[in-house]
Design a protein around this ligand. Sequence first.
Ligand SMILES: [Zn+2]
Length: 290
Amino acid sequence: MRRRSHPRRLTRRSAATLVIAVTLVAGVLAISGCGISEDQERSLGASDAAQIDTTLPLIHDSVITQYVAALGSSMAKLTSRGDLDWRFAVVNSSEVNAFALPGGFIYVNRGAIEQADREDELAGIIGHEIGHVVRRHSVQQLQKREKGEVALVMLCTLTRACRTVGGQVAIDVGANALAAHYSQHDEAEADSEGVMNTRRAGIDPEGLPSFFEKLLEMQKQQPTAVGAFFSTHPTDASRVAATRRQIASLPPTPGATLRRDSASFHTIQERVRALPAPPRPSQASSGQPR
Ligand SMILES: [Zn+2]
């Protein structure tokens, strides 16, 4: 996990909001016992999304957000959880990253849009995050935890916000958050889902291994640009090869041409690149992927 030396200071008011949000989420979980129902999963995701939306810098350019939402929805709606109220947002951070909250809230960093060479690469990483939601990976992790710490872990892992509340609690929760990473098994499942999610939507699944290959290369050249992604999405070359093996094993799609790229992707990419530089990391938290 890459630590920032000067995390954003929460105001007294936002710290209070955080405490309220944690209390609300803890309340939701207190009802649940060991299992987390779909309604509770949605409530958890919505609470965290509300917190993230006020903590992370988001891009509000509707041309950009509508494009990402349309691309994401075209895949999400065709999954076994197509009935979720899927939401997609773009974080104004140059780190190449994306993360998912329980219940269908997907966040894509500006850096992922800027660094993708083609639309299928962006679709691949979004399809992977959709896969984490479809397989309920974060919910399964939460169900293993003590109820009292669940809400804090969620918020801290995702936003790092709690670490800035100050005091021992923040440090303890940060330590808990370290353990809240996806396993390699979860990653393999999300990759497999990502392949199927893109393909089902008529997009070439090759974008997924292609983009991960790029991230592995960036890790050598500019490790800070991909630190957040690798901190919780364990990735190595074997994962790229496994994804390509899966793609090669799939039956052909007669008559259907899988889309690799689109003019609208490059229009949006130019639009993102033309935006003012994102807030400096010392001024804004950057979400960690889930
Ligand atoms: Zn992942």
